[in-house]
Design a protein around this ligand. Structure first.
Ligand code: NAP
Length: 488
């Protein structure tokens, strides 16, 4: 059983007391008062006695990432007054001279001996050695490391597994966005004490998760995420976490930044932490495939994976982009049979859209800046041909879809094809969702076409992935609003 300790970072004692009462009411097992974050160190801390759960007094030094700059003598005097006021724990850094007072001036409290590396995670052996040294100096060893890569995350997991063999209560924390998993999945790692913020925005360390979320995830939980690199602009966490929240499911969707040479490491992490699955985005949609045990028909046909389910230790690849594209087209009344469609672009999005059009029975043409890529794409599908951009401009189409990034925020605000292709009565789709109405869609609308942007495709692929992970149907509106909340 992992204890959850809430770190209180208020700058006034009265506010800290109120925050601690809230933490108790919300089910925290312990509270840590970060006195180094207060504007002035309180001379009397006796009123904290009212807090009925174990309390930690911390005066983190600047060297270890805190705000305390006073002398060790003053620190000792403060901790003694805290112990008199009923504080059960004192947190001391591994190199503090006050550790020598453990059996004398500080003997009425238990010592949490802590180590912080705000820059990196060392090797598992080094982490274990640090914990062993902290265990020798205090009652509970605590070590926190910045987790900068999937490899570092696995190193921390390995270290936790090794140290847990001692049977001693310890805290081992990963900082940063990848470190979040070491907090959520602390019990899987044998970690006995983990830290949470009282609420979002009140984090004492990067990657700290709020108490309510930690409590929600403390039993049976569903942890999923998105694998790719870079992931700074991903909208999937907002969409999936909103769906978890609305359905009242104990779930969490995290970012899993993974470099090209770390896919195997990612799979090990996923097994170690009992992840339910993950989405896959650029640049791993194809390179993940050799690592999977099997592919569902959707992934097999399109030759790319955007969703992986982990079931009975097996990794199963799916592609929900095709479903997303199909649903987006059907939502504006597209009935494929007997229609002619033009797809501009021949990358990943195009592959999903062409597959959807092919399933719907549309006669599809693909044009692309690099002709060979269009030709190569069409070979995978029946009823699909490549066409030169210049020739496409002289043809009639019922459906026109942009699958290039032209018009997307941060890219040239150009039409992906001459506007003469766009006509009244067509369905015109842009896979871009930011901005919501590209010049391409505005031009199509002006000409009397029915338009649809990339939101529908994105949300539908997310809904399908969510269903694969949870066997539950999330609401389209909930995911859409979450995505818009991040975007606009
Ligand atoms: P990709 O695999 O890199 O393919 C990009 C395609 O666009 C290629 O065919 C490329 O042509 C073409 N292209 C790029 N820059 C161009 C330019 N300046 N002029 C003409 N053609 C250009 O990218 P992707 O993953 O398919 O993404 C394409 C778009 O779809 C992006 O805007 C992305 O946001 C969107 N998307 C939306 C969803 C959704 O769910 N709504 C899902 C995935 C992607 P070459 O072959 O000549 O390089």
């Amino acid at each position: 059983m992992t204890r959850i300790c809430v770190s209180i970072i208020e700058d006034r004692p009265e506010a800290a007391l109120e925050a601690a009462k809230t933490a108790v009411a919300k089910g925290a097992d312990m509270v840590e008062f970060r006195f180094d974050m207060m504007k002035v160190l309180p001379s009397d801390v006796s009123f904290f006695r009212r807090i009925p759960i174990p309390k930690i007094a911390t005066l983190r030094t600047a060297k270890q990432g805190g705000g305390y700059t006073g002398s060790e003598q003053d620190r000792l005097a403060f901790f003694q007054s805290a112990i008199r006021a009923g504080f059960e724990f004192v947190d001391l850094e591994h190199d503090s001279s006050l550790l020598s007072k453990r059996e004398s001036d500080l003997k009425e409290a238990k010592i949490i001996c802590s180590y912080h590396d705000l820059a990196r995670t060392p090797s598992p052996n080094e982490v274990v050695q640090i914990l062993v040294r902290c265990a020798a100096k205090g009652d509970i060893p605590k070590a926190a490391f910045m987790v900068g890569s999937m490899t570092s995350l696995l190193d921390l997991i390995d270290a936790a597994r090794l140290f847990s063999l001692t049977g001693k209560e310890f805290a081992l924390i990963g900082m940063g966005e990848l470190g979040e998993l070491t907090r959520i999945c602390a019990s899987e790692l044998g970690v006995g004490l983990t830290y949470a913020s009282l609420e979002r925005g009140k984090e004492a360390a990067p990657g700290q998760v709020d108490l309510q979320t930690m409590k929600k995830l403390s039993g049976e939980r569903i942890v999923t995420g998105i694998v790719g690199h870079p992931l700074s602009h991903t909208l999937s966490p907002a969409m999936h976490n909103a769906a978890f929240a609305t359905l009242g499911l104990p779930g969490r969707y995290v970012v899993l930044p993974t470099m090209d040479n770390e896919l195997e490491t990612l799979l090990q992490v996923a097994v170690e932490l009992d992840l339910r699955g993950f989405n896959v985005t650029i640049p791993h949609k194809i390179s993940i495939m050799p690592f999977l045990d099997r592919l569902d028909a959707s992934a097999e046909r399109i030759g790319a994976v955007n969703t992986v389910l982990i079931e009975d230790g097996q990794f199963i690849g799916f592609n929900t982009d095709v479903y997303g594209a199909t649903m987006a087209l059907m939502s504006v009344g597209v009935e494929g049979k007997g229609t002619r469609a033009l797809v501009i672009g021949a990358g990943g999005a195009s592959r999903a859209v062409v597959s959807a059009l092919s399933d719907l029975g549309a006669k599809t043409f693909v044009c692309n800046r690099t002709k060979e890529k269009a030709e190569s794409l069409t070979r995978s599908f029946k009823n699909v041909r490549s066409i030169e951009v210049a020739d496409a401009q002289n043809e009639d189409f019922d459906i026109v879809i942009n699958c290039t990034p032209l018009g997307m925020k941060g890219f040239p605000d150009e039409l992906p094809i001459g506007s003469e292709v766009l006509k009244s009565g067509q369905v015109v789709m842009d896979t871009i969702y930011n901005p919501p109405k590209t010049r391409f869609l505005a031009e199509a609308e002006r000409k009397g076409a029915t338009i649809v942007n990339g939101e529908a495709m994105l949300v539908h692929q997310g809904l399908k992935a969510f269903e694969i992970f949870t066997s539950k149907q999330a609401s389209y509106e909930v995911m859409l609003n979450a995505l818009r909340g991040v975007l606009y």
